[in-house]
Design a protein around this ligand. Structure first.
Ligand code: AHR
Length: 528
């Protein structure tokens, strides 16, 4: 862990804080936080894949979100809508996971290649019971990855598919030989194989992917992964199904029995601010919430750090050299579906609250980039914590999109260790740190600091010292709004978007930044 956060939660300082808060808000708002960034000490690279995405055949994520068909009046290239691709290219999508999710374990890929009019039709039993006519299949997905300049992360069907089917899929996509599968791909219009970097062997096999025990999953994983081969120079990373949330037993059993056969294991981590997972419709509203629900979401989001630490500890008991990487290959907020939308399509709005939560997640992933090598927020379009929302031919981007776009300066940069002293954000007698910060240095030597102030009420004056260097110039961008619930709509698509951050200056040897309440700020610092 390279990042240390000192939260001033000693009872004495809390009493002081509260006393001050009760008398003068201004004085509390001017209280300093301190950050020391060690600009010459970085060792670890922040894998761009930490900023990855996930597209499932679920609701309007793939169909309408990406796929509109070649004859659509919505501008498209080979059936994939241009507006969405252009917006995502600006944000950057280093890796895209597909076709699920729960859908992956009932997807039979052979139905989704060849002439579209001859493709099969299946019921998407997990998500709304709708018919999927396989218009978007392997060729369309890999075409999309090339448009986005993304690595492909294909999730294979272990729940209801055969070993042969999985083997054939990898060969179809990646082999340049004269084999039946490679020739079938050529017949279907693609001469050269694609590069497929990541392959998942099943998804949530403890649940929707077959309700397996960890022992059964591990044994079955060993068998299936044997046939996930490297063809024609393609080197595939094999990803095993890990736990849903913190589940040390699942992790330990799978690692004990199959660590040597995998390159990475996935962790799924969804968060909410109130209510319960079941029954549906009790997860809380995406847009109507109070500070209590804001606070609970922030608190729940911060727990991912402990889940990562404990999962890594469980992994390392059976992989002492830390060879197996951890991918948080589904994460994000999960709210009630918007009223008036199709049940099972998981369409939710996205406010400043979601953006702040995303900023925390990403800063924590950066902090653990020694072992966390991928993250895939769920999901890219129109589902859960989406980047993009569409309504027919209209498209808007969400506050979470803006965080990903602001943070893309961290892709491939070197994580810099930092020390942070910040006060606690207290609510209802509970406390969390008010700031979560991450610093990195990019290839050109620019230092970027992403700062999340999760306190819904209080800003802070942050003093930042660069240990081992000094600043020649600093600029910044900020994402915030007057209301916690602010979100973009089709009527008001720019209600919340990043602005130039004017509250930063260099003063002597320090960078001083007036960080607003409930905000995400990214600073760019040029060194002398
Ligand atoms: O992202 C929605 C669903 O959440 C996925 O299909 C599944 O893997 C998870 O439970």
């Amino acid at each position: 862990m390279q990042h240390r956060c000192w939260v001033l939660v000693l009872s004495v300082s809390l009493v002081c804080d509260m006393a001050v808060a009760e008398t003068t808000i201004t004085a509390v708002d001017s209280e300093d936080s301190k950050l020391v960034v060690h600009v010459t000490e970085g060792k670890e690279t922040i894998a761009p894949e930490i900023y990855g995405h996930f597209a499932e055949h679920l609701g309007r994520c793939v169909y309408e979100g990406f796929w509109v068909g070649e004859d659509s009046e919505i501008p498209n290239v080979r059936g994939i809508r241009t507006d969405v691709v252009e917006a995502l290219k600006k944000m950057k999508v280093p890796v895209l996971r597909w076709p699920g999710g729960c859908f992956a374990d009932e997807y039979h890929w052979k139905e989704g290649v060849g002439p579209r009019e001859k493709r099969g039709k299946m019921i998407n039993t997990h998500w709304g019971g709708v018919i999927d006519d396989h218009a978007f299949g392997t060729h369309e997905f890999l075409d999309l990855c090339e448009m986005l300049d993304s690595e492909a992360y294909v999730a294979g069907n272990m729940g209801s598919g055969t070993v042969e089917e999985m083997q054939d899929w990898v060969e179809y996509m990646t082999s340049d030989s004269d084999s039946d599968m490679a020739n079938w791909r050529r017949q279907n219009g693609r001469e050269k194989p694609w590069r497929v970097r990541y392959f998942g062997v099943g998804n949530e096999n403890w649940g929707c992917g077959g309700n397996m025990t960890p022992e059964y999953y591990a044994e079955t994983f060993r068998r299936y992964q044997t046939y996930v081969r490297n063809y024609s120079g393609n080197r595939i990373v094999k990803v095993a199904c890990g736990p849903g949330g913190l589940d040390v037993t699942w992790t330990e059993v799978v690692m004990e029995k199959a660590a040597r056969q995998m390159n990475a294991i996935g962790l799924h981590y969804y968060v909410r601010g109130s209510g319960t997972w079941n029954p549906p419709g009790r997860k809380g509203s995406a847009t109507e919430f109070d500070e209590k629900e804001w606070f609970v979401l922030m608190k729940n989001t911060l727990t991912v750090e402990d889940a990562i630490t404990q999962t890594l500890q469980a992994m390392d008991r059976f992989d002492r050299r830390g060879r197996v990487d951890l991918y948080v290959d589904e994460w994000g907020t999960w709210w009630n579906e918007e009223s008036g939308t199709t049940r099972g399509f998981l369409y939710q709005q996205n406010t400043l609250r979601d953006a702040v939560s995303a900023g925390i997640f990403l800063n924590i992933f950066n902090a653990r980039c020694d072992r966390v090598k991928m993250g895939n927020i769920a999901q890219i379009n129109n589902v859960l914590q989406a980047m993009i929302l569409t309504k027919g031919k209209e498209m808007i981007v969400t506050p979470t999109y803006h965080v990903f776009e602001m943070y893309n300066v961290h892709h491939g940069a070197t994580l810099l260790p930092s020390d942070l002293a910040c006060r606690a954000y207290s609510f209802d007698g509970q406390q969390v740190p008010s700031l979560v910060v991450s610093s990195s240095k990019d290839a050109s030597g620019t230092v970027h600091v992403s700062i999340v102030n999760l306190d819904a009420q209080r800003g802070t004056n942050l003093e930042c010292l660069l240990e081992g260097g000094s600043a020649a110039g600093v600029t910044g961008r900020v994402l915030t709004a007057d209301r916690m619930q602010t979100h973009n709509t089709f009527e008001n698509p720019n209600a919340i978007e990043p602005a130039t951050f004017t509250g930063v200056s260099i003063d002597g040897g320090l960078i001083k930044a007036a960080i607003p309440a409930k905000s995400v700020v990214v600073l760019a610092i040029d060194l002398k």
